[in-house]
Design a protein around this ligand. Structure first.
Ligand code: ATP
Length: 251
């Protein structure tokens, strides 16, 4: 697990300032949710953290180590993994094979030192462990193309887990996932709490308030509040800028 420190991070697209002087420290092991209206800059912030987008200003550090200038593969290697937007699963491969490939990618050539049979067994064991954690081990032999949308999301989660993250960035894991699948997903995330640091972007407020240790509210690229779910829910500025509107829409 690692501490994630974000200091004065900004990103503009042309004249549009999408993230604006964002500072936030996520302590080791915390599940921190970022909520905010559409277009607030949540995905952009996650892309800056994962290294897919270069920041215009600011600093990102893991356990005090400055990683601002590192590439996305370097960050993955350091244990900063992102799930749900860049994960590419292979539809013709089985669920287990997909995760085994992610395990292999994480360990690079180190598996080559093993005898081929032992190497395959070790890969499969590591892949099964990740699948179990994501609640998908019962589908290990299914082709990825045969999975439901919710199961597919759990496969992507298992692939992210296979990279042995110290910090996991989750970008709208519940988008398009409903009913029992959503419940299974929330249960899988809850079971992982405390094993590594997590930053979660999610529109499902029920899931956010059930899972998060702390929540930050992003509006027009700026954090307007950070606190426990109860603190954030009762913050007048948050209700005005965001939650009041959400609850009215839901009513
Ligand atoms: N590559 C890009 N080029 C230009 N504008 C962009 C780009 N990426 C995002 N934007 C703009 O930046 C703003 C913030 O987008 P972003 O996707 O980060 O918001 P978000 O909070 O994740 O929204 P949502 O909740 O709808 O997913 C939007 O106005 C969007 O149109």
């Amino acid at each position: 697990m690692s501490t994630l420190e974000i200091s004065h991070l900004s990103k503009s697209f042309g004249a549009l300032k999408v993230t604006d002087d964002v500072s936030l420290t996520v302590p080791s092991g915390e599940l921190h949710a970022i909520i905010g209206p559409n277009g607030a800059g949540k995905t952009t912030l996650i892309s800056q953290l994962s290294g897919q987008l270069r920041s215009d200003a600011g600093r990102i550090a893991m356990d005090g180590r400055d990683i601002t200038g590192t590439t996305m593969p370097e960050r993955v290697h350091l244990g900063l993994a992102r799930s749900f937007q860049i994960t590419q699963t292979l539809p013709g491969f089985t669920v287990l094979e997909n995760v085994a490939l992610a395990v292999q990618a994480r360990h690079g050539s180190s598996f080559r030192f093993w005898a081929p049979v032992a190497s395959e067994a070790a890969l499969n064991d590591a892949a099964m462990a990740a699948l179990k954690e994501a609640g998908l081990d019962h589908r290990a032999e299914a082709r990825a193309s045969a999975l439901s949308h919710g199961e597919h999301r759990r496969l992507e989660l298992a692939c992210a887990l296979a990279t042995e993250p110290r910090i996991l960035l989750l970008d709208e894991p519940l988008a398009g996932v409903g009913g029992e699948d959503a419940d299974a997903f929330v249960a899988a995330l809850r079971a992982m709490k405390g094993r590594f640091t997590m930053m979660l972007i999610e529109h499902d407020m029920d899931a956010v308030f059930r899972l998060a240790d702390r929540v930050s509210v992003l509006v027009y690229g700026r954090i307007i509040a950070t606190g426990t779910p109860d603190e954030v829910r009762s913050d007048p500025a948050v209700r005005t800028a965001y939650l009041g509107e959400e609850e009215e829409n839901a009513a």
